[in-house]
Design a protein around this ligand. Sequence first.
Ligand SMILES: Cc1cc2nc3c(=O)[nH]c(=O)nc-3n(C[C@H](O)[C@H](O)[C@H](O)COP(=O)(O)OP(=O)(O)OC[C@H]3O[C@@H](n4cnc5c(N)ncnc54)[C@H](O)[C@@H]3O)c2cc1C
Length: 321
Amino acid sequence: MGYIVARTERIAIIGAGMAGLTCARRLADAGYAPAVFDKGRGIGGRLATRRTPDGLQFDHGAQYATARSPDFEALLKQARNAGAAALWADGADQAHIVGTPGMSGLGKHLGQGLDIRQGIAVTGLNRVDDGWAVTFAGGAEVFDRVVVTVPAPQVSDLLGLEHPMSREVAAVRLDPCVTLMAAFDPLAPRPFITRADSDDPLTWIAQDSSKPDRQAPACWVAQASTVWSTAHLELSPNALVALMLPMLCDRLGTDVSTLRYAAAHRWRYARVSVPLGRPFARNRSGTLYAGGDWCLGPRIEAAWSSGEAIAQHILDASFSE
Ligand SMILES: Cc1cc2nc3c(=O)[nH]c(=O)nc-3n(C[C@H](O)[C@H](O)[C@H](O)COP(=O)(O)OP(=O)(O)OC[C@H]3O[C@@H](n4cnc5c(N)ncnc54)[C@H](O)[C@@H]3O)c2cc1C
């Protein structure tokens, strides 16, 4: 019969997105008890679902997951079996898997049973005699190893611009994406399930409520192109709604009188355009790691691969010590 050896090494993971949760899950399964810090109120990072008091919901981050590797496919299958994911019948050739009841459901599934400290923004990482001091508002805690899974441009916020790891990831680029969430009268037109058009300022429009296990009808998500998002990123959410809503109404063939709800979200670091090119960065002693989708590419699976690779490296190192 298999058993898990409890391991006393203190490991902190900064970020509870797909990369951080995957790494934490693997380490926890091997007997570690990693502490996962996330500044957000929920977990999942860009696997995000916005819910309104009226019962509307929108996946305003990642739209769906696709699997290229058998191992990631197996994870999605396991999530489906657990009721945390399902196939989205959106007419695509490739299987599009979505979290249930929202994309954040995937993150919640991975995070089950982990020590996740939500609503804590880590402000600094400093080398101390017996490890790394993880600093946050109101305190600090020392860990033997730290795994940073925040977007690459934010690594230097924690380590300082001159830290070798900040310099190592400095060339990585993530493009912004402004997302519009809108709900219409259920009788308003629903001309398609998804629409992708790289020449349109709204490059992606999805009938979010057509995904499985969504209760509210006629909820839509529209993503602006990188060019449009970059040009308008600093506008207020209300100003963004005012610009994007007429475009969405036009593409749907409806008018604004059928609108029930609208909001905009600004993702400053949405999609990787220049990846690191390897699954993670680390210091020589193996006490500090950095990873996330930005290591390999703009996909949920890339974040998963990075988190897996970091965990494997830590496990290999600790078994050889
Ligand atoms: C609009 C949009 C659409 C997308 N569509 C798709 C899609 O359809 N399919 C697909 O495969 N991928 C898609 N992606 C990309 C996908 O969402 C990402 O590749 C993946 O979720 C990244 O996971 P991650 O763990 O690397 O990073 P994140 O999910 O960004 O996780 C990082 C976490 O770190 C936390 N954090 C940051 N700074 C701190 C700090 N100082 N202290 C504590 N916590 C901190 C954040 O709160 C966050 O939870 C999309 C992304 C966006 C934004």
